[in-house]
Structures are given as C-alpha cells and as structure tokens.
Design a protein around this ligand. Sequence first.
Ligand code: SOE
Length: 397
Amino acid sequence: MKQSTIRVGLVGSGFVAKFHSLAYNNLALVYNSTLPAVERIRLFDVTTELAAEGAAQFGWQEATDDWRNITRADDIDLVDIVAPNYAHAEIAVDAARHGKHIFCEKPLAHDVASARQMVEAVFQTGCTHQVGFVYRMWPAVAFAKELIDTGKIGRIIHFHSRFLHDYGLDPSLPMSWRFESQKAGAGSIGDIGSHAIDIGRYLVGDIVRVFAQSRTFVKKRLIAPPGLSNAFRRGDSEIEQLSEYGTVDVDDATDMLVEFEDGTMGNFETNWAAAGHENELSFEVSGERGAIKFSWRHANELLVHSADDPENLNGFRTVIIGPMHPNAESFGPVPGLGMGYTDAFYIAMRQMVESISRGKAASPNFIDGLKACEVVDAAVRSSDSGKWEEVNHNPPL
Ligand code: SOE
C-alpha cells in the first residue's frame, strides 16, 4: 500500500542539514506532487540551543536534545542521520529496532564493525535504508553508468578518480570530529574518498586490493567548543581567542592504487589540503571501445569518446546534460539550464521517499556504505603497513 505522508526526524543540524531540509521542503514542487507528502517533524542537536536554532533555521516543527525522541517516536517514519560519523551506528541501530526507515549520511560509519552492525540491524527489520552517496545519482554520473552498461565504451580497462578540496590547508580551522580518527574513522579518504570509492564501485565493480600512502600536513588544530568546532568555520573572532591544541591523526591526503574484482586497475587521489581546488570531484573511465570523463567543475557535462566515431572526429565530445538524462527529467525542459549541489539532495530524497512509499529497496544503500568503509579501512591499513592490503569484504547477509 502506498504511504501518503512520511514524517521525518533529522538527527543533526550541521551544514548538510540545510540541503536535506531544502529537499524535504520542496520535493512535491520539484516532482509535481507525484510523491507522498513529507512532514519535517523534529530536529536534534546536542544542546537545546543548537537544536532550537537548527529547527528554526531549517523549518522543523520541534527541536530536541535527545535523538531518542526521534528514533523512538511514534510520530516519525523516517530517521535522517546527519550527525558525526562516530554517532551513526548507535542512532541507526536504535532507529531500526524501533521500526524506522533510515537515511544516513556518508561515510556510513567511522569503522567497519559499526557499519556492519548497521547493515545487520536494517536487514533484521526490513526497513528502507539509503546512504548519502549523492554523486553516483548525479545525472552525468548516472548517464556514465548507462553508457557503460550498454557497452558504449566496451570492456573497462582503467578507472581514475580524484576528490580535492583546499580548506584543510588553513591552520586556523579549528579541531573538529573530522580531524580525529576515533570519531571520523579516516580523514580525506573517508570523508570525500568514500564518494569517489562509491563511484568506482558503481561504475566498475568491487575493489579487492589497495596500496595507499597517506599524509597529514596540519598536525595540530585549536580545540573549540560545540557549535564552533565546525571544520568549515574560518576567520572568526571567537576562534582567535582559542589557545589549546588537539592532535590531528587522520590523513589530509591519500593516494591509492586499487585492483577491482575483475582485474581492472585503478587509482584514487583524495586531498582536502590541495591548493586551489574546491570540491574537485573528477573521474575517468577508459574502456576498449571508448572513454568517459567527468569533473564537478563542469557538473552539467559529460565528456564521451567512442571508437565508433569516424577517425577524423577522434577525441572527446561534450554531452550537455538535460531532461533526457537519468535523474534530470524534472529539472527544467531545456538541456543546459544546469543543476547544482542542492539538486543532488532532491534526487537522493526523492528516491528515499519513493522507496519507502512503494516498500522497495533504495540504492545506494547500507551495503554500499559498508563496502566503501571496507575499502577505506584497507587504505588506512595499507598506509600503515606500507604494503598492498586485501579489502576484507564481509560475507553477504
Ligand atoms: C567536506 O569535505 C564535504 O562537505 C563532504 O563531507 C561532502 O560529502 C562533499 O559532498 C563535499 O565536501
């Protein structure tokens, strides 16, 4: 039976909470009301003040400083977790045990054991679960998948991806959970690398071995109280008053060679201290009959080369993304109008809400989240050991 209203609780009010809230608020408008209504019931943060501020700013009916008022509440159908990585598992497992559907931001968890617990919990209850790998659903990326699946570039022989930011270069950014391995699990390879790994898995297949080298460039950061300890806050007078330092023990940058299950070779580069780069997610897939290139700098384009083209037209053609491409159908009738980061969350939340209402599985889901955590874990082990490390894929449930 189709569910007509989905009541959501949001666990966290950090910067991505805005994008989730915008999506829930406008789904009906973007998708012409073909979806169940969504009610933004309750938002959690760690203090009553932060929760009240978040609820008011992002338009949630109520605020709470206890996430159990969301995971255990009778008036909530969907628990959306945008809390720090280390908190995901406890919240998700509790939500699953109380019969909720769950959307969880990436990476699924800070370590493999927690991610595995989350997978077990959702499989026990049979709820709908989705992980926030929004880039694989992005129209140009979903179209790349279509081209690969229909044989346009032939058998894949190489995959390359980079995900770069430069905010981590700034030594005045305060300490936050993102810079602590106990809380984040890993640094750039977990935070942004998990997106790139997910795209690699989506387009090519599972990764079985990795060889990684990681570095931390800024080794100490000022400790800030909750609310200020936001890795993206800079040049703030309150931050200038801080004096105590904490140790950064996650990677700022990781270079990684990988081998996919079918033998395809690949490499990944993740770095949040890469001067001049802002959200530079890019990838290239090379096949025996063609190749595909994507960069978030030109997020509404896909570069496609096909060996079927006449020799005198050799090279990459620029495909302009428009309503004829997957997941872009509802964003304006004219190709080239362009979509942006906010739209990625409409696409993700639409799938979550639709999957709940139809009682079907969502994708990417917690299994995809677990598999990305397993690759990140192997990367951390490899950087420590200086050797190739196997990816320990947990047996399927
Ligand atoms: C910060 O590195 C960040 O916000 C990531 O956490 C997101 O997943 C990515 O989409 C943009 O960069």
